[in-house]
Design a protein around this ligand. Structure first.
Ligand code: EPZ
Length: 417
């Protein structure tokens, strides 16, 4: 595993470009397996999860290569509907390949994705959605086989699951007749996927908070450019705010889709501005606390920025409360933040009593966003910090080391075999 060394305590200043959105390009790459032809997806981040997605496409007989932010692919050779277990286990979102494979072959076989530190992460909404589209779901020898002819239907999610919504939208493009999804995920990444599918011949519309998908489509590859990563952007905005008194500009993104993040930053007293394709944040020496932030599905405060928010508020001048409501297990970063000197109590949410400063510590990343939060805390801490198991971070942050150096952060990647 990789270890990161950071010498913190300096203000962050400078300008970086936001990469393409991991959580948009992953379902877009997954949807490819239901399509025909060759094409490109622009603005694709060079991160581990994209590499795994391209490996899955190749394992199914397709071709996919990433060069300078552009994925070039050829889908003509796809001849398998079995997602390799070793790849499926590396990345939970491999389940989103099911929709396209069902559309192409009427069948898909995969291994139930493991849970992870965020909690149990069941897939019942994916499976009940497929059943509602008329296909059979069977478990055999530890594998799940989904088989049948897709038929449009009205589906209501008990919870607006991002992955399940995306999987059903993809499958519904190939179903006979119309599908209506009630209580869907409306995350910007889901809308970006819809934009991609419509570009390739899909017929999907949003009306009254529901998603309408016309079936019987044959999707053909067309060039597409993935949206900017609002979670990466929020991570660096919070990192700049925590480092106290700095000024950081992010290029290639604007305030659309990050309203909840924007509101929180303003409440801390940061000066934040944006134009067509940039956001700039100027932070105070000491942040104000934020009384209570409750994580919610979009347009609420995103769970993927909860660890970073918790770390930032741990340095504010007063008490803040953060409540995680999406993943019951998204709290492993708390114990690590305490090692920097944070004062956080877990009691029906995180009760955060801000401290004046952090001191460098040796900590461990337990997941992608928690790991990024620990690095932002290390940049704000006086002295040297080490973050172990940093490979998690490279799953979702492209050019992480370069971007932090660009902002004046002192970071070194220590390889450990
Ligand atoms: C997507 O995960 C993202 N991943 C996650 O980002 C993100 O945190 C999450 O959406 C919520 O926004 C990708 O897009 C690749 P969910 P997903 O299905 O689809 C429960 C990151 O750090 N649930 O919306 O797995 C589930 O247990 C990652 O970039 C069911 O009960 O999220 C959870 O409590 C982490 N049954 C809640 O719904 C199901 O069948 C939200 O999960 C599916 C989910």
């Amino acid at each position: 595993m990789t270890e990161i060394r950071i010498c913190g305590g300096k203000r962050l200043r400078g300008e970086i470009t936001v990469s393409g959105a991991k959580n948009a390009v992953l379902p877009e790459l997954a949807a490819l397996v239901g399509m025909k032809g060759t094409g490109v997806i622009y603005n694709c981040p060079n991160i581990t999860d994209v590499s795994v997605s391209m490996e899955i496409i190749r394992s199914l007989g397709g071709k996919a290569e990433l060069e300078d932010g552009t994925v070039s692919y050829d889908l003509s050779g796809i001849d398998s509907f079995t997602i390799p277990t070793d790849l499926g286990c590396k990345m939970r979102s491999a389940i989103t390949f099911c929709g396209g494979l069902l559309g192409r072959f009427g069948e898909v076989v995969f291994s139930p994705p493991g849970g992870c530190v965020l909690g149990e992460r069941p897939i019942d909404l994916h499976l009940s959605g497929f059943k509602a589209l008329g296909v059979e779901v069977k478990e055999e020898n530890g594998l799940i086989r989904v088989k049948g002819r897709l038929k449009g239907n009205k589906i209501r999610f008990r919870y607006p699951s991002v992955g399940a919504t995306q999987n059903i939208i993809i499958a519904a493009c190939f179903a006979k007749g119309q599908t209506i999804v009630e209580n869907p995920s409306l995350e910007p990444e889901t809308l970006d996927l819809i934009g991609f599918l419509n570009t390739c011949g899909g017929c999907i519309a949003l009306r009254g908070g529901c998603i309408y998908i016309e079936g019987d489509r044959e999707l053909k590859a067309k060039p597409y450019c993935t949206m900017a990563d609002r979670i990466e952007a929020g991570t660096y905005l919070f990192g700049a705010a925590m480092a106290g008194g700095g000024k950081v500009s992010l290029k290639g993104i604007n305030r659309q889709g990050i309203g909840a993040v924007w509101d929180v930053l303003e409440k801390t007293g940061c000066k934040i501005s944006s134009g067509r394709d940039y956001i700039t944040v100027k932070s105070l020496e000491r942040l104000k606390p934020v009384e209570k932030t409750v994580v919610k599905p979009y347009p609420g405060f995103p769970t993927d920025l909860q660890p970073q928010l918790t770390a930032m508020l741990a340095l504010a001048d007063g008490k803040s409360i953060v409540k995680e409501t999406v993943f019951e297990g998204r709290n492993r970063h708390i114990g690590e933040l305490l090692k920097f000197g944070a004062d956080i109590e877990e009691n029906d949410g995180f009760i955060i009593r801000g401290v004046k400063n952090f001191t460098g510590a040796h900590v461990t990343a337990f997941d992608l966003r928690g790991g990024a939060a620990l690095c932002m805390a290390a940049l704000a801490a006086e002295g040297e910090s080490h973050i172990r198991d940093a490979d998690y971070i490279f799953r979702g942050y492209e050019k992480f080391e370069e971007k932090i150096k660009e902002l004046g952060g002192e970071i070194t990647i220590l390889q450990h075999l």
